[in-house]
Ligand binder design. Structure first.
Ligand code: 8OZ
Length: 369
């Protein structure tokens, strides 16, 4: 039986263990430019099999929260280069999460103070995070405008360009497309946010079209063996819903199979919450089988509330990688702690979003403590 601590391949990436740091929004990049403090934070966690960066906007329009980093200006790419250099110096591997928030944004964060964009002009009943006069706080998202079909090639191109510069200029080992948690690509896939009547709405094929165009562009930009994707078939995060997710997501993974991706990352249940949702049944094993039966050879990465024992069970049940979120906020040496069954530090919710080193780079590792 494979163990959580055994090496594994994910496309072109050779990983020394199966423990992944999940993408985690921390809002510590003023002006969307990554800092030296972020380099220290990621480098502290370099013993993970793979680090996935926090969601990183592919364009100004893709930005939905204060002080989240971007990947579209030279200063942002340079800022990320110091992060990837620091991780590599500690022997780690890091991919960046390519993010367009769609309707989960606010006019204050958008270019020219315009409305955020979405498949349809339906507001999400959810909050974004703004910083006003130095103080962070949550605010209702703004009502979006529906994207014109002729704008979509520009968004696909933004994803492709961000993927290319992530690998070629910012020094990332690869990229993960954020197609989860009610952001733009998830909005296009799910009927609760997509009521379009053109080639990007209606049937499953149409609703998956933008995602698949993006995946082809990103795989071309970063290389397919350096490209992953994150999906969340049933999460209610950011007010997203689809009445029939099983055939939708089985179609999506079957279409992804021939692309030769590094990995497929699946959030099982409500993001950061319940793994089982009584009103949203879903068979995650069937999803993996659909991908494998279609010839998909990427690593299968699972996420949501795993601990050491349940993660090992998941590996024995057919997963290749397990991504840990909140435990990685508080435990820079999570691999060592899981290996030795040491107690875990508890994350402090008050310092999740925004701020400085406190609750960010000051969680002790076993050696220091
Ligand atoms: C928490 C706060 C803000 C953003 C996600 C990128 O849910 C996020 C996110 C999480 O994927």
């Amino acid at each position: 039986m494979p163990s959580l601590f055994d090496p594994v391949r994910a496309g072109d990436l050779a990983l020394p263990n199966r423990i992944v740091m999940a993408p985690l929004t921390r809002n510590r990049a003023p002006g969307a430019v990554p800092t030296a403090l972020m380099a220290e934070y990621y480098a502290q966690r370099a013993s993970a099999g793979l680090l996935v960066s926090e969601g990183t906007a592919i364009s100004h329009q893709g930005q939905g929260y204060a002080d989240v980093p971007g990947l579209y200006s030279p200063a942002q790419l340079q800022g990320w280069k110091q992060v990837t250099d620091a991780v590599h110096a500690r022997g780690g591997r890091i991919v960046t999460q390519l993010w367009h928030v769609g309707r989960v944004s606010h006019v204050e964060l958008q270019p020219g103070g315009q409305a955020p964009v979405a498949p349809s002009a339906i507001a999400a009943k959810t909050k974004t995070f703004l910083i006003r006069d130095g103080a962070g706080g949550f605010a209702d998202t703004s009502t979006p405008r529906a994207l014109e079909a002729q704008e979509l090639p520009g968004i696909v191109a933004d994803f492709g360009r961000a993927a290319r510069s992530a690998v070629r200029e910012a020094g990332f080992d690869g990229v993960e497309v954020h197609a989860a948690n009610g952001y733009l690509l998830d909005q296009f896939m799910k009927l609760g946010a997509n009521q379009r009547t053109d080639a990007y709405g209606g049937s499953i094929e149409n609703r998956a079209r933008l995602l698949l165009e993006v995946m082809r562009a990103v795989a071309e930009g970063a290389g397919p063996g350096r490209t992953g994707i994150r999906l969340s078939p049933i999460t209610p995060a950011n007010d997203i819903h689809d009445p029939d997710p099983q055939p939708l997501f089985e179609y999506v993974v079957r279409q992804l199979a021939p692309l030769g991706l590094a990995y497929v990352h699946v959030i099982e249940g409500a993001t950061g919450g319940a793994r089982e949702l009584p009103d949203r049944p879903f068979d995650f094993d069937a999803l993996r089988r659909a991908y494998r039966e279609a010839g998909g050879q990427g690593a299968w990465m699972v996420n949501n509330g795993y601990e050491g024992a349940s993660a090992q069970q998941a590996i024995e049940g057919g997963a290749d990688l397990v991504a840990f979120g909140r435990s990685y906020i508080a435990n820079p040496d999570l691999v060592e702690r899981l290996r030795t069954e040491a107690p875990l530090n508890k994350p402090d919710r008050a310092t999740f979003y925004g701020g400085g080193a406190a609750g960010y780079t000051d969680y002790p590792s076993l050696q220091a403590g």
